[in-house]
Design a protein around this ligand. Structure first.
Ligand code: CP
Ligand code: NVA
Length: 318
């Protein structure tokens, strides 16, 4: 048994929300990663682990999802509990019931809520109104479940996190934000390259810089993809137009034209670099088919780890 499984670490997360990695210490994030690795092993070996027997997670979706929906539902089932899929259109939320009332009412039935929404404020308000843990399943500002699974994946593949370089090439979006915060806390050197006008949120940059200085890592924000990717251990990209920004697709295709992760660009990364993408991907846009499908790509390991990382979160906080 690992330390995390026996909880000799002294880390207790029960009752906490999981809105952003910013709210968790490096030790707590590492604890969740270790637990995710342990739960993955149990899962592979067919060992039953059901600490959430009799518990129910409500999953509110205001945006589409494949990975988040399926991995939370399956994860909850594997932990012995049950998950309810709640689309905004089917809830009174879609007809104007307030977040506060929704949070209060749901807290009387459920043991946890996962929310995927647009405004980050909605996730914060839901967590404030609820008396049960709330998990951020993606907002316009952040995607902490994905970043947690990603750092678990990197840890498994490279055997460490501290001192590695992660280059993120593309839009300064929710994924960039969560990778910056998580990496800066965990001692990963994060280099972000975005076109002018698509840089990450200024407050997130400030926060991540402060965290990087505490962990002794580097954070750089540039506009030249080559500069960011030099000697990278990890090359990461995401769609150019995130959910909610579809109207800007054409204009973004022009702005991001030089930011495609392709065979030419990855020559600047380390020879044993790993390619990552949170998915869904647009082949031939943010990434070439060859890189996405190539031998350095670990995109499906990442996707799988959503299951294990979220189980670690749910088992710890619910
Ligand atoms: N990466 C991710 O969150 O995928 P879905 O949008 O399919 O949930
Ligand atoms: N940045 C993407 C991530 C999808 C998982 C989006 O928000 O659409």
């Amino acid at each position: 048994m690992t330390k995390s499984a026996t909880n000799e670490t002294g880390i207790h997360l029960k009752g906490r929300d999981f809105i952003g990695l910013v709210d968790y210490t490096a030790e707590e994030i590492q604890y969740l990663i270790d637990l995710a690795v342990e739960l993955k092993r149990k899962n592979r070996e067919g060992e039953v682990y059901q600490p959430l027997k009799g518990k129910t997670l409500g999953m509110i979706f205001e945006k589409s999802s494949t990975r988040t929906r399926v991995s939370f539902e399956v994860g909850m089932y594997q932990l012995g509990g049950h998950a309810l899929f709640l689309s905004k259109n089917d809830l009174q939320l879609g007809r104007g019931e307030t977040i506060w009332d929704t949070a209060q009412v749901m807290s009387r039935y459920l043991d946890g809520i996962m929310l995927r929404t647009f405004a980050h404020r909605t996730a914060i308000d839901l967590a404030r109104g609820a008396t049960i843990p709330v998990i951020n399943g993606l907002t316009d500002l952040s995607h902490p479940c994905q970043a947690l699974a990603d750092y678990q994946t990197i840890y498994e593949k490279k055997g460490r996190l501290q001192g590695l370089k992660l280059a993120y090439i593309g839009d300064g979006n929710n994924m960039a934000h969560s990778l910056m915060i998580g990496g800066s806390k965990l001692g990963v050197n994060v280099a972000i390259a975005t076109p002018e006008g698509y840089a990450p949120d200024r407050t997130i940059i400030e926060t991540a810089k402060e965290m990087a200085s505490q962990s002794g890592s580097q954070l750089s924000i540039v506009t030249d993809p080559k500069e960011a990717i030099v000697d990278a251990d990890i090359v990461y990209t995401d769609v150019w137009a995130s959910m909610g920004f579809e109207d800007e697709q054409k204009q973004r295709e022009a702005a991001f034209a030089k930011f495609q992760v392709n065979e030419e660009l990855v020559k600047y990364a380390k020879s044993d670099y790993l390619f990552m993408h949170c998915l869904p991907a647009h082949r031939g846009e943010e990434v070439s088919e060859g890189v996405l499908e190539g031998k350095h790509s670990i995109i499906f390991d990442q996707a799988e780890n959503r299951l294990h990382a979220q189980k670690a979160v749910m088992a710890s906080i619910m």
